[in-house]
Design a protein around this ligand. Structure first.
Ligand code: FNR
Ligand code: 8K6
Length: 346
């Protein structure tokens, strides 16, 4: 296997990664009562510490952020204490770990929190919750400007809590059709105030969160995941292109730890992006770029060698192979991922 995969990579003056493999954030729905991370979760992450960087499963910043059962949170003392065990075990095994900060916006459900979901606009997502077919998505409340400022402040508190729990940094989840992404696409953002209608306005909430979190924990420990080509929970709109052109240009003026693509399969092409999402981002973003979506060790090595991306995030193969990095290094065969593996944390 190409030695480039095993070269150290300096993210910035604060952080150097041991290799080019990143464990992608993977929701596992296995948190304990109170959405507290368990000892089993700590062992699961510790087994994967030889990734250059682990990104935690998406972790909710407050109660109304929840759209899936048993996802962990980062807004109570018990949750912080649970995460401390995770970061301690990952660090003891020589790994590095960022927390992914999550609010699902309109794909939340009152079933979990008793609270009405919130979103940029009162536009309901059609359909039922995954694996909970008796629950249909609800009409979200359109956020007021005061609600938006509260949310920015809740992202900051969550980021500070993550640092208190021992994380090496935070990745703001701006991808996959969740709250921040809902502001960035015309399908879900129908606002007519300074958070809607134009690329500058539609980027405002995302940039406010990025800037506030950066001010709290430092740019070198703040990262972002984005989905320029809507593929989950949002319908694409050709006008989204201008929003992301503007948004990425603004991100170039901030020195984030990295920018991470959110997608399941990067061989998907989007007409309005002129091709693949990863190519679209790489052509515009000047900082460290993590690609993802169906990568194999071979395509990861090729992409890095050809300068298509800097780091390769690996999702499902990391579920199937806790020792993914070692297997690749030692050229051992990889176990193939199967959805039945989601039933337990191995
Ligand atoms: C995901 N993915 C995901 N993405 C994210 O940003 N936060 C998350 O919590 C999750 N959770 C999650 C759970 C499961 C079971 C899967 C399969 C995927 C998406 C993931 O990070 C990645 O982008 C995709 O899995 C594509 O990469 P692979 O699996 O092809 O390497
Ligand atoms: C009572 C049901 C218990 C089991 C629930 C399992 C739900 C699994 C959800 C996996 C979630 C993955 C989310 C990833 C992002 C999606 C983008 C399409």
């Amino acid at each position: 296997m190409s030695p480039v995969l095993f070269e150290a990579f300096p993210l910035n003056s604060a952080l150097t990664l041991a290799n080019r493999f990143v464990m992608a954030p993977l929701t596992r729905c296995m948190a304990g009562p109170g959405l507290v991370p368990t000892d089993t979760m700590a062992d699961y992450y510790a087994r994967r510490a030889d990734a250059g960087l682990i990104i935690s499963e998406a972790t909710i910043i407050r109660a109304d952020a929840q759209g899936y059962p048993n996802v962990p949170g980062i807004f109570s003392d018990e949750q912080i204490a649970g995460w401390k065990k995770v970061t301690a075990k990952v660090h003891a095994n020589g790994g590095k770990i960022f927390m992914q900060l999550w609010h699902v916006g309109r794909v939340a459900h009152s079933h979990f929190s008793g609270l009405q979901p919130v979103a940029p606009s009162a536009v309901k997502h059609e359909g039922t919750l995954p694996r909970m077919r008796d629950l249909s998505y609800e009409m979200p409340k359109a956020l007021t400007k005061e609600d938006i400022q509260q949310l920015v402040s809740d992202y900051v508190t969550a980021a500070k809590n993550a640092m208190a729990a021992g994380f090496d940094g935070v990745e703001i989840h701006g991808a996959n059709g969740y709250l921040i992404d809902q502001f960035l696409h015309f399908d879900t953002n129908k606002r007519t105030d300074e958070y809607g209608e134009t690329p500058e306005n539609m980027s405002r909430f995302a940039l406010e969160v990025v800037d506030a979190v950066t001010a709290a924990v430092g740019a070198e420990r703040t990262a972002l995941r984005i989905t320029p080509g809507a593929y989950a929970h949002i319908e694409p709109d050709a006008r989204d292109r201008e929003v992301f052109d503007y948004f990425i240009e603004q991100l170039n003026q901030r020195e984030l730890a990295y920018l991470h693509l959110g997608i399941f399969d990067d061989s998907m092409t989007f007409e309005h992006l002129g091709g693949r999402s990863s190519t679209y981002i790489r052509e515009r973003y000047q900082g460290t770029f993590i690609s993802v979506g169906g990568l194999t060790p071979e395509t990861a090595a090729q992409g890095i060698t050809e300068n298509a991306f800097d780091l390769a995030a690996i999702g499902r193969p990391f579920i199937a192979n806790p020792d993914f990095v070692n297997r690749v290094r030692e050229q051992k065969p990889l176990v193939e991922y199967d959805a039945s593996m989601l039933a337990e944390l191995v």
